[in-house]
Design a protein around this ligand. Structure first.
Ligand code: 2BA
Length: 105
């Protein structure tokens, strides 16, 4: 069994979760905050059988959009000039881990 942790953008979360439900996958939604932008994103935790992992990743990637965002340059301590820089976020940042045990008691 695998544990998939997917960091996605808040705007995509409902669509991704709905698609996962439609295909019979369980997920847990966690409100998270990106370390760089310090803005809210969503982390989904999904436990799946090994053979279903690719299908889940496909669903997440198909419903997570790439977006651009402007952030103040003062986010970089080394840059003193004012203004903004363009940062691209998403579709999704995905971690896959092996699950040693899965218990529902
Ligand atoms: P944030 O940390 O808020 O990062 C948002 C976006 O800012 C990133 O998009 C990336 O394009 C940019 N970014 C992040 N750190 C940067 C840096 N030091 N210099 C320049 N640009 C930087 P994504 O790569 O798509 O990441 C989206 C979110 O996924 C991240 O939000 C964070 O919450 C999570 N994430 C990404 N990589 C991670 C990792 N290795 N471990 C844990 N979480 C991660």
């Amino acid at each position: 069994m695998k544990l998939i942790m997917a960091v996605i953008q808040n705007d995509d979360s409902q669509e991704v979760i709905s698609e996962l439900i439609k295909e019979g996958y369980h997920s847990t939604k966690i409100a998270s905050t990106g370390g760089f932008l310090s803005s809210g994103n969503t982390t989904l935790i999904i436990g799946v059988e090994d053979e279903k992992m690719d299908d889940v990743i496909k669903i997440i990637s198909e419903h997570s959009k790439v977006r651009s965002q402007y952030v103040p340059t003062n986010i970089y301590p080394s840059l003193e000039v004012g203004g903004t820089i363009k940062v691209q976020t998403g579709g999704a940042t995905i971690f896959v881990m092996n699950v040693e045990q899965f218990l529902q008691i």
